[in-house]
Write a new protein. Structure first.
Ligand SMILES: [Zn+2]
Length: 202
C-alpha cells in the first residue's frame, strides 16, 4: 500500500527485546519481498522496564490483574516506536509515517486507538517543529477486511506466508493463543486460506 501511495518507502524494524526474535526475521523477509529497504534499530529499554508477557516471562493469554489489560500489552511501546520513527523521518526529510495499528478488533491495547495516534501526530509535529502525518490504513478494518484488502495487492499473500502472529512464537502457529485465534477468524470470514498455514503444511 505504501509503495503504491509514495515514490520512496522504507521500513523500520524495531528490536525491543521481544521474546520472539522470529518477528524480526519475518519483518526482514516481508520487506525484502516488498522490495522495500529496511532499517533495524535496537532498543532494550522496554524489556529493562519489564511488565509484559511479550518481553519477559508470563502467560501471553492472561490479563494484568491491576489494569485488566492483556498481559501482552507493552506499556509505552507504540509511543516509543512512533517517537523513534519520527526522529528518523525528521533526519531524512520525511513527513509521512505509516503504521499498521488497528482498533477494530480492539484487544484492549490503548496505544492502538485512533485517539492515541492522532495525539502522537500532534505531539511529534509540535515537539520537532516538523509537519508529520501518521497514516493508519488498518485502523477501522476488521481482520476479515484486512485479509480481503491484502488479497487485492499483488504479492501480499506470498508475503503473508512469512508473517508472524503467534504470541507463543511458534511455527507452525499454536492456533490457541488470542493472536492465532483472531488471525484464523479473519481468514475464515474472508473465505481465503491463510498462506502461513499453507506454508506450514508443506
Ligand atoms: Zn499462537
Amino acid at each position: 500500500m505504501a509503495s503504491k501511495a509514495f515514490s520512496k518507502v522504507e521500513s523500520l524494524i524495531i528490536d525491543y527485546g521481544q521474546r520472539h526474535q522470529v518477528e524480526i526475521e519475518a519483518a526482514k523477509k516481508i520487506s525484502t519481498l516488498a522490495k522495500v529497504p529496511y532499517k533495524i534499530l535496537s532498543t532494550k529499554l522496554l524489556s529493562k522496564i519489564g511488565d509484559s508477557a511479550l518481553i519477559g516471562a508470563g502467560n501471553v493469554s492472561s490479563r494484568n490483574k491491576k489494569t485488566g489489560l492483556p498481559a501482552s500489552f507493552v506499556p509505552g511501546r507504540n509511543i516509543l516506536f512512533l517517537t523513534i520513527a519520527g526522529a528518523i523521518a525528521y533526519r531524512e526529510d520525511i513527513h509521512n509515517i505509516i503504521m499498521g495499528v488497528c482498533q477494530t478488533d480492539y484487544s484492549g491495547y490503548p496505544d492502538c486507538r485512533a485517539a492515541t495516534i492522532s495525539a502522537m501526530q500532534a505531539t511529534l509535529s509540535l515537539g520537532m517543529d516538523w509537519e508529520f502525518e501518521i497514516f493508519t490504513p488498518m485502523m477501522f478494518l476488521s481482520k476479515k477486511e484486512e485479509v480481503i484488502l491484502g488479497n487485492s495487492f499483488p504479492g501480499c499473500m506470498e508475503a503473508l506466508a512469512f508473517s508472524h502472529t503467534c504470541y507463543e512464537g511458534q511455527f507452525p502457529p499454536c492456533g490457541k493463543c488470542p493472536a492465532c485465534k483472531l488471525r484464523a477468524k479473519g481468514f475464515e470470514e474472508a473465505g481465503i486460506p491463510d498462506p502461513l498455514i499453507e506454508r506450514a503444511k508443506k
